[in-house]
Write a protein that binds this ligand. Structure first.
Ligand SMILES: [Zn+2]
Length: 151
């Protein structure tokens, strides 16, 4: 790591601590040449998952979207936020464990359903209803679009 002031490569770590999120590491460094002190932050790189939507469009996996759909399915309660986060974590873990970088949105929906089923049967049924009607709506939209192009 180069010194921010004199660009010397000769710097050393004087303090290492865990970042507030529990994943990143903050290091305090000092330059052996000019004595300048600075901090660096080390964060693990998240592997990106690409989502293939039903209509063929591609987008980056969005944790927030999963969280929003789970919030809609779960009953409002004191611990809803923590519950949603924990569920999203298990979904993301399963997706990363699959080792695949590109997943269809329907496959992700199946993983969400799996996770929910083990957690709360009512929430699972609610999610299924919302998810299926959404899927049907997209199908319907696609059918209409296709027909419009044909005629
Ligand atoms: Zn320096």
């Amino acid at each position: 790591m180069q010194c921010l002031r004199c660009r010397s490569d000769d710097t050393r770590v004087i303090d290492t601590r865990m970042g507030g999120d529990g994943f990143s590491i903050k290091r305090r460094r000092v330059c052996n040449r000019c004595g300048f002190r600075f901090s660096t932050m080390e964060t693990p790189v998240r592997e990106e998952i690409i989502v293939e939507k039903r209509d063929g469009r591609i987008e980056e996996f969005d944790r927030q979207k999963i969280a929003a759909s789970l919030r809609a399915a779960l009953k409002k309660g004191d611990h809803q936020r923590e519950r949603v986060e924990a569920l999203v974590d298990s979904v993301v873990t399963q997706l990363l464990d699959s080792g695949r970088k590109r997943l269809a949105s329907a496959e992700i929906g199946t993983v969400v359903l799996d996770v929910l089923k083990n957690f709360d049967e009512l929430a699972y049924l609610r999610y299924l209803t919302v998810y299926q009607s959404f899927a049907n709506l997209e199908d319907l939209k696609n059918q209409i679009l296709k027909n419009e192009i044909k005629t």
